[in-house]
Each structure stands twice: as structure tokens, then as C-alpha cells.
Design a protein around this ligand. Structure first.
Ligand code: 5RP
Length: 296
């Protein structure tokens, strides 16, 4: 040990600069509601939400766990590497990631952690936890995604999946992303999204995903953690960009978009256009012009 370090009595070395004009110990964490989270949790959240913008663009390509190969997702091994640089987070199953996505992109991962039904049964609401916490750690998950089906007969089961995942994630500092699912029986009303996003946050999820709706500003204000907005069914590109712009302007902290990116005529140009809205304050019109200018 250097001599200076063992001088425990006497004055502090006057050459040491403690920068007393700056209040000590302050951190301004950029993710809504997460000031009191632990360091590891914050580190993972910072992989998801860019510190500069406070927002995220997730690419959702987990559809196959329910539907098989969706249109546009036939060849994940070709598509995903081509879009990796344009997005912040891979939202996917462990099977898709391990088999089709090289790990060297060093992207955040929103790992789909529920499973249990497919479109073949005609009812996709009956799910269980589908990934052990150990495997989520092994996958270096930045968060674990759990689908919830509030307002259905499977409400309790899916909320149980959510709280068990939150408990497991809290043990290891991994955030949980609670997804509001909509289905035949579930209305897409502001009331429904306001209630369900709040329930998910109060049950401990650190991130919530839902759809854009009327009065979204109130939905976002009433949810104490960040909301990322799902893309939903394919829309014309200008309409999808308008939806993203409205969501971000009205308080969403990001987009989690699948079909509106990978089913676009030029998925890469579309991913980049959405990123301009999410991270660079582009309007929908500017982003659409950017899309038209850059698409092949
Ligand atoms: C379903 C999901 C999916 O990941 C997501 O909705 C699919 O993305 P998109 O709707 O934009 O195609 O979480 O609940």
C-alpha cells in the first residue's frame, strides 16, 4: 500500500479536489419511477432505455411462439441481423435468439418468458411461466416479458405469472415487462388501458407495454413506470409513423414494434424512421419523408 494511503491521522491532503460546489451523491436516473431501483436493475434499464433520450425502440419478433412463422418472420436469421443496428432491444423468445441471432450485436434483450397456448387451440390466454430465472440470467436478459390477460377467465393465472416473474427478477436485478394483451373479449378503451397498465405497475413490473388509444396522455400519466407502445397489425407506413409520433408525444417512453417494421416494404428504412421519432424528436411527417427518402 502506498505511504499516503496509510496516513489515517491528520488533515486531508489539500491537493485532493472534492468538488464541493457540486452536491454529492446525486444521480438523475432517466427511467420513470426507477430512482429507488438497485444498481444492477438500473444498469439493465439503461441498456433498454437510451440515457440520452430516455426512450427505447424494441423490435418485437416473438410472434412465432403463438403463431408459428408470421409473414415477414420466415427467416429470422436473415432479417434480424439486418435490423440490429437500427433498434435498441430484441424482444424475442430464447429459442429464436439462440438459433437465429448471433450474440455479438450486444443488444438489450426483452426475453419472452410466458408460454402455453397457440393459435391452434383458438384461445391464447392460457399461459404459464415458460422460462426459468436461471435461463433468463444465462441469456443475459435485460428484462423478462410476461403477457397478461386481464378481463378474461385467465386473469388470475396471468397475473400470477407476472408477480412470480417480478419476484424472481427482483432477486437478481432483472426488470419485468408486463404486457397488456388485447383479445376478442377485451375492449381497447382508454379505461381498459388505464386500469391494466396501472395494475401491472402496482404489481411490481418495471416496464409496461400496451397499445396506443384515445386519451393516451392520461393512461401514461397514471402509470408510474414507463410505457412502451405495441405496434399492432400492419398499417400503411405513414399511419404507423403517426401512431408512433402521437404515442411518444403523449408520454410513451418507447415503441415495441413488430409487424409495422418487419412487414413494411423496406423494414430497415421503417425501423430507422421510427427511431427518428423515438430518439430524435422527428414529427410523423418528417419521419415519413425520411422513410420515403431512404427506402429502397
Ligand atoms: C404481443 C406482444 C408482441 O410482441 C407484439 O405485440 C408484437 O408486435 P406487433 O403487434 O407490433 O406486431 O407482445 O402481446
Amino acid at each position: 500500500m502506498a505511504e499516503a494511503d496509510v496516513k489515517v491521522r491528520g488533515e486531508i491532503d489539500p491537493e485532493k479536489d472534492f468538488q464541493l460546489s457540486i452536491p454529492a451523491g446525486r444521480t438523475n436516473f432517466h427511467v420513470k419511477g426507477m430512482d429507488n431501483a438497485d444498481w444492477g436493475m438500473k444498469d439493465r434499464l439503461s441498456r433498454i432505455f437510451q440515457p440520452k433520450s430516455g426512450r427505447t425502440l424494441m423490435l418485437a419478433f416473438d410472434h412465432g411462439y403463438i403463431t408459428g412463422a408470421s409473414t415477414g418472420l420466415e427467416r429470422l436469421d436473415i432479417l434480424i441481423p439486418s435490423l440490429a443496428e437500427d433498434i435498441d432491444v430484441f424482444m424475442a423468445t430464447r429459442g429464436a435468439l439462440r438459433t437465429c441471432v448471433p450474440p455479438m450485436f450486444n443488444k438489450a434483450v426483452a426475453l419472452r418468458c410466458t408460454a402455453g397456448s397457440t393459435v391452434l387451440s383458438g384461445d391464447v390466454t392460457d399461459e404459464t411461466i415458460g422460462v426459468d430465472i436461471e435461463d433468463a440470467i444465462r441469456m443475459n436478459a435485460s428484462c423478462m416479458a410476461v403477457q397478461t390477460f386481464m378481463g378474461t377467465a385467465d386473469e388470475k393465472t396471468s397475473l400470477t405469472n407476472l408477480v412470480r416473474t417480478v419476484d424472481a427478477g427482483n432477486r437478481y436485478g432483472i426488470p419485468t415487462l408486463g404486457v397488456v394483451a388485447v383479445g376478442k373479449q377485451m375492449a381497447r378503451s382508454p379505461h381498459f388501458f388505464s386500469l391494466t397498465t396501472r395494475v401491472i405497475a402496482e404489481l411490481g413490473a418495471q416496464i409496461v407495454k400496451c397499445y396506443y388509444c384515445e386519451d393516451f396522455e392520461k393512461v401514461a400519466a397514471g402509470c408510474p413506470v414507463p410505457i412502451v407502445v405495441a405496434g399492432g397489425k400492419k398499417l400503411p407506413e405513414d399511419q404507423a409513423l403517426t401512431m408512433a409520433y402521437r404515442a411518444i408525444s403523449e408520454g410513451a417512453c418507447g415503441m415495441d414494434m413488430g409487424r409495422n417494421i418487419f412487414q413494411a416494404p423496406d423494414p430497415k428504412a421503417m425501423a430507422r424512421a421510427v427511431a427518428k421519432i423515438v430518439h430524435e424528436e422527428y414529427t410523423d411527417k418528417e419521419a415519413y419523408e425520411y422513410y420515403l427518402d431512404t427506402k429502397k
